[in-house]
Design a protein around this ligand. Structure first.
Ligand code: SER
Length: 315
């Protein structure tokens, strides 16, 4: 039986992925960890406070709970990383090395670590960005993810660590809010549409970015982790895609359901980050190697979020 440790379990992805893993593997077999205390459904299973830079505590918890798999989600995202680049580098890199070492030393079954579209940069082909291409990230977050990808492949090749990874696009859900990302506007827009009827976007109206509904991201992660080891051909990180849209396009989709909704644009420093990332991603390797397929397009996602968020906010 697998015993799973999740880092960053209180985050946007962690809080939903942990619950999905508990449904699958049993509540007691999934240890949630974070630097802050859990709330809601997340608090109903095992939890420990863990700062991922604390190597000793990570090893101690892994031994105490006889952990066999780690989902290492804790990280500082693209926009926040720019306010303290050295700290973002330190946290994102050191924590990954600790987890890779843990996998090597304790002979873990496998580990999961997310990469991102932020590994690409201004010289990368923007449309249908290939799996293997120019990568010149210019955020500290993107630099740490690209270096992390190289470390993952290194640990796989040198030490046989079964590490699996996806380059997530912007993840959109409503149950937990993201923090410090460039794609976060596409979550905020739903809250503001329902609560205030208008939204000021920090990206310009025609900025296309690759995005994905959180349910698809969870499905992709679990499918990748359950795939037969022989089918995993990419040991850096897989390109993965679902939808691409601009702020104007998502606003128009929301207007179909909330006709009086209004959007205005006031680009800030995040515009430059978004401009350095792809518009869309070619993920045919993931679709071919382990059967990736997304379920949510823009309108299905918009309907689902507005309906769910209305209930959550009691509107
Ligand atoms: N959603 C992330 C960010 O905007 C990208 O991985 O930072």
């Amino acid at each position: 039986m697998s015993k799973i440790l999740v880092t960053g379990a209180c985050g946007q992805l962690g809080s939903e992925l942990t619950i999905a893993l508990r449904t699958k593997h049993g509540n007691d077999n999934v240890l949630a960890t974070d630097v802050r205390n859990p709330s809601g459904q997340l608090a109903e299973g095992p939890f420990e406070i863990l700062n991922v830079m604390d190597r000793d505590k990570l090893f101690e918890l892994a031994n105490k709970y006889q952990i066999t798999q780690v989902y290492h989600l804790a990280a500082i995202l693209s926009a926040k990383g720019e306010s303290d680049p050295k700290f973002a580098w330190q946290l994102n890199m050191e924590s990954l090395i600790h987890v890779l070492d843990l996998a090597k030393d304790n002979k873990l079954e496998k580990i999961y670590w997310p990469s991102s579209i932020a590994v690409f940069g201004p010289s990368t082909p923007r449309i249908n960005t290939p799996q293997d291409t120019v990568m010149d990230p210019n955020t500290v977050y993107g630099i740490s993810k690209l270096a992390g990808e190289r470390w993952c492949e290194y640990y796989f090749q040198k030490y046989g660590v079964d590490v699996r990874s996806l380059r997530y696009p912007g993840l959109i859900g409503y149950k937990a809010k993201p923090g410090g990302g460039t794609t976060d506007y596409a979550v905020d827009i739903f809250y503001k549409a329902l609560e205030e009827g208008s939204f000021e976007c920090f990206l310009s109206e025609n900025t296309a970015l690759p995005m994905m509904y959180i349910d698809d991201a969870i499905k992709a992660t679990i499918d990748l982790m359950e795939a037969d080891i022989e089918t995993i051909k990419v040991r850096s990180s897989y390109n993965i895609a679902a939808i691409s849209f601009t702020p104007k396009e998502i606003a128009n989709e929301i207007k179909k359901l909330i006709p009086e909704f209004n959007i205005s644009y006031k680009p800030d420093f995040r515009q430059q980050i978004a401009d350095s990332w792809p518009d869309s991603i070619d993920d045919k390797k993931a679709r071919h190697d382990w059967g990736w397929n997304h379920d949510f397009d823009l309108s299905k996602m918009t309907n689902e979020i507005l309906e769910g968020l209305r209930k959550q906010l009691g509107l």
